[in-house]
Design a protein around this ligand. Structure first.
Ligand code: NI
Length: 185
């Protein structure tokens, strides 16, 4: 089942998401639906709050980065209750987009490396470090669990310039080619 994607203006995107218990009802189905929703909207990552669920879960398929980073060929991972232990390395800029901010793309600066502890879909704990494209997507998706959007990393000026477009998203005037849940005014 494809979830409607929550967009800018939805209070759920600004909430800190709750940890998941192992017996969380329907978790396997939620994960399957998140993959379906992500692929349907051509995303490379999707966090649960973007599907209307305020829980600590995101999925990432970074295989589209394999042209430049061959090790990403099979990178398809589920992150449950992730904790960023540290970020390090030099900050670099990437032009980011987000399914919850349709038609907006901006250059965002983030540290290169991220060390993250998380549970996979079988509730096995992993602690790993990622850099480059995967590290970038992980940081973006993790932000969603903290109620942070990539526009929050922009300068106040840049953000001010987006104000009208953000308002259009929040009031349902922007219609991306995937199903969205228009925030209730
Ligand atoms: Ni996003």
């Amino acid at each position: 089942m494809i979830f409607p994607v929550t967009v800018y203006g939805d209070p759920l995107l600004r909430m800190k998401a709750k940890p998941i218990e192992k017996d969380h009802e329907g978790l396997r189905e939620i994960i399957a639906n998140m993959w379906e929703t992500m692929y349907n909207s051509d995303g490379v990552g999707l966090a649960a709050p973007q599907t209307g669920l305020s829980i600590r879960l995101f999925v990432i398929d970074a295989s589209s980065g394999a042209d430049e980073e061959p090790e990403l060929k099979d990178f398809k991972k589920v992150f449950i209750n992730p904790e960023i232990i540290e970020t390090s390395g030099e900050e670099w800029i990437m032009n980011e987009g987000c399914l919850s901010l349709p038609e907006i793309r901006e250059d965002v600066s983030r540290p290169d490396k991220v060390k993250i502890k998380y549970l996979d879909e079988n509730f096995v704990t992993h602690t790993e470090e990622y850099a480059g494209y995967a590290g970038r997507i992980i940081q973006h998706e993790y932000d969603h669990l903290e109620g942070i959007l990539f526009i929050d990393h922009l300068s106040p000026l840049r953000k001010r310039l987006l104000k009208a477009r953000l308002r259009n998203i929040a009031t349902g005037k922007v219609r991306p080619p995937y199903r969205i849940k228009v925030p209730v005014k």
